[in-house]
Design a protein. Structure first.
Length: 324
């Protein structure tokens, strides 16, 4: 049993991590601001209902308050995003002050950053890099979760970012799907539930202290063409629709021009991530001391292949057809 403090437990991944940790019989505390407790009452109540202890506070709370919390926990997991990424530096400072020699710090990464580096998306990964540097400079025990791409962001768009929670289009000559470069560059995407499960498995695990834990299962290493073919095949086998999607190629030069022309930081980051995944690829060599989750924990959790996940998308597709 690990005493774990979770920051960002009212967010998407943080909420899932908190609930999964309780299921695995860990003692879970969530640091939740009074504002979030007011605006997200149902989410907070849901945490309480499963046994999560709520402590009022946030990343800008006094360092002493944060340090006192870290003194009494084995692991802290941060699942914040956006502007709050840099506020994790306050949590690092609190960990330094707490001087808890057994503390494990899991910062908010859950991306491909540990595989592709800061330069691929500086605005997003720059903040994560600063947190890493602070942890390592202060010799705070860490575990970095390299989750690559999340399925609802990448699989739903058949490898095109920005289609989260949408159903891929019906295979017809009129419906087009964009692919980047050759469309054959391999990248890795994982179900959110699997990322959460392996993160919780890493709580208190000595193997991954001061290491990167890559979630890189072989069956989830796919290209855009792989995803498109899987979708078309499933549509044909299950619905007897034998048409193909029209392919729209976008070259690296065209994507670079879009990145250069992007006026909005979020749009630019979005396009940089697209290039990182579908043109450069995310399957860079792992560090010699890194671990791969499905190899390290082969019996603890059985991940869902993306091809199987797409069966759920077929179900959603059928529902849309019945409504039309």
């Amino acid at each position: 049993m690990v005493k774990v403090l979770i920051v960002g437990a009212t967010g998407f991944l943080g909420n899932m991590i908190a609930k999964e940790a309780v299921k695995k019989r860990h003692e879970v505390t969530a640091l939740v601001s009074s504002e979030s407790q007011s605006k997200k009452k149902e989410i907070v109540q849901g945490l309480k209902d499963v046994g999560v202890r709520i402590v009022t506070g946030h990343l800008e709370s006094p360092i002493d308050l944060l340090a006192d919390l870290l003194k009494t926990h084995h692991t802290v997991v941060s699942a914040v995003n956006g502007p709050a990424l840099l506020l994790q530096l306050n949590l690092v400072e609190a960990a330094k002050k707490a001087a808890n020699p057994t503390l494990q710090f899991i910062p908010s990464e859950f991306s491909a950053f540990g595989a592709v580096g800061e330069e691929s998306a500086p605005l997003l990964y720059g903040a994560k890099a600063q947190v890493r540097k602070a942890l390592e400079a202060n010799r705070i025990r860490y575990t970095y979760i390299v989750a690559y791409g999340l399925a609802s962001y990448w699989a739903n768009g058949l490898g095109e970012l920005g289609q989260r929670n949408r159903v891929p289009p019906a295979p017809t000559g009129q419906n087009k799907v964009s692919y980047y470069g050759s469309g054959r560059t391999k990248f890795c995407i994982n179900l959110e539930q699997d990322v959460v499960a392996y993160t919780v498995r890493a709580l208190g695990c000595g193997h991954v202290i001061n290491k990167q834990l890559h979630i890189r299962p072989k069956l989830n290493q796919l290209s855009q063409h792989d995803l498109i073919y899987i979708w078309e095949d499933k549509i044909f086998r299950q619905l007897c629709i034998g048409n193909r999607l029209a392919r729209q190629p976008i070259s690296e030069a065209e994507l670079d021009a879009q990145i250069a022309d992007a006026k909005d930081d979020i749009k630019r980051t979005h396009l940089q991530l697209q290039k990182s995944f579908t043109i450069s690829g995310t399957l860079t060599p792992m560090g010699i001391h890194d671990y791969e989750a499905t190899t390290l924990y082969p019996e603890d959790h059985h991940y869902t292949p993306i091809a199987k996940y797409m069966n759920d998308l077929i179900h959603d597709f059928k529902s849309q057809l019945s409504e039309e």
